[in-house]
Structures are given as structure tokens and as C-alpha cells.
Design a protein around this ligand. Structure first.
Ligand code: GRF
Length: 200
């Protein structure tokens, strides 16, 4: 049974997909801790309902008092390490992790991103895809799950799946289509992911 620590910032529907897959016996991976960088993240409620311990660690106090991002990343790594994860899943975690975090969990931090490899890195991949479709630059977008390296939305790809775009798509239409693929792809990828042997 893999131990999963999931980092979130918002709704947590992908966290829910992992929780449901474990509860149904489709995933041999148990979420042992959920950590958010925003106290209002609805995913925290999802975790509590599933009986999973939660933590909140916000960046703002670190930038306000000058400790900075490296100190935040190091403290976040301590919180994650305390749960002894086999896999750290970034599921809608809107903070770019640096070396003070990533060096603590080499080869075991996985990110979900709503675009195909090499396309639309950054915060608004769905909006960027809609804009690119509107000007005729693309005919499809997609979803990927990848290992996290210091470059944003890059790193070895573990899984990717295209998602079609249709004329007249609203943002809500595309989001719903992408989320449905994400929920399935994230569960399948975490299920078959083999983390490095040594514990963090
Ligand atoms: C997903 O689209 C994910 O790809 C992106 O943030 C979104 C999180 O959705 N990084 P949710 O919080 O899991 O519902």
C-alpha cells in the first residue's frame, strides 16, 4: 500500500478521485495527509470527511517577515516528510516548489497539469488552450501527469491524454471535459507509479 501525501490549493476534485479510488479498492494508495497553502481550500473539507489529517501552511507569513520562499519550502518539506510518503501528489497546488522542497523527495513528487507535454505551462493552461483554439493554432489540448523538476510544468512525463476542443466550447465546458480525464488519469498513474526504493 503506497502512502500518498496530497498538496492542494482549491476545490480538490482530484484529491477526491484518489480518496474514492482507495475507498473503492481501485487504488492501492492511501492518502495519509493533505496539506493546503490556503485555509479556504475546499479540498480540506473533502479530506476531513474522509478522515484524513490536514495541515495548512501559507506562504504569506514567510514573505511578510523576510524568511522567504526557501524557508517556506523547507518547512513544507518537513510537514510532508512527517507523513513518510511514498508519493507526493500535487493536485491543483498553486505554488512553485523549489529545490529546498524537491531535493527532499527526489523522484517521488508528481504533478497534474491540464495541458499536453510542452504546451501551455503556467497558471491558466485551460484559458491559454481556449485562446489558441479560437485563433486556429490547435485542435486539441489535454492532460498530463509528470514528475516534478525545478522548471515549471516540465519533468519526465508519466502519462498524457488528449482532450478534444469543440467550436462554441465555454471555459466551463472545457474544464468539465478536462477534469473528467484528469480524475481517471491521475488515479491510473498513481496506481502504477513505482516510487524510488529508499524512503525520504
Ligand atoms: C486541475 O485542473 C489541475 O490540473 C490543476 O489544477 C486543477 C485542480 O483541480 N493543476 P481540483 O482542485 O483537483 O479540482
Amino acid at each position: 500500500m503506497k502512502r500518498l501525501v496530497v498538496l492542494i490549493s482549491g476545490n480538490g476534485s482530484n484529491l477526491q478521485a484518489l480518496l474514492d479510488a482507495y475507498a473503492d479498492g481501485r487504488l492501492a494508495g492511501r492518502v495519509v495527509r493533505v496539506i493546503a497553502n490556503r485555509a479556504q481550500a475546499f479540498g480540506l473539507e473533502r479530506a476531513r470527511l474522509a478522515g484524513v489529517p490536514t495541515e495548512v501552511l501559507a506562504l504569506r507569513p514567510y514573505t511578510a517577515d523576510g524568511r522567504g520562499r526557501a524557508a517556506y519550502d523547507a518547512d513544507l518539506a518537513d510537514l510532508v516528510a512527517a507523513a513518510a510518503p511514498d508519493v507526493v501528489v500535487l493536485a491543483g497546488f498553486m505554488h512553485i516548489l523549489g529545490a529546498p522542497f524537491l531535493d527532499r523527495f527526489p523522484g517521488r513528487v508528481v504533478n497534474l497539469h491540464p495541458a499536453l507535454p510542452g504546451a501551455f505551462p503556467g497558471k491558466d493552461a485551460i484559458g491559454d488552450a481556449l485562446a489558441a483554439f479560437a485563433r486556429g493554432a490547435i485542435t486539441e489540448t489535454g492532460v498530463m501527469v509528470h514528475l516534478v523538476v525545478p522548471a515549471v510544468d516540465a519533468g519526465p512525463v508519466l502519462a498524457a491524454e488528449p482532450v478534444p476542443l469543440y467550436p462554441g466550447d465555454t471555459r466551463a465546458d472545457l474544464e468539465a471535459r478536462i477534469h473528467a480525464v484528469e480524475h481517471r488519469l491521475l488515479v491510473a498513474t498513481v496506481a502504477r507509479f513505482q516510487p524510488p526504493e529508499s524512503a525520504p
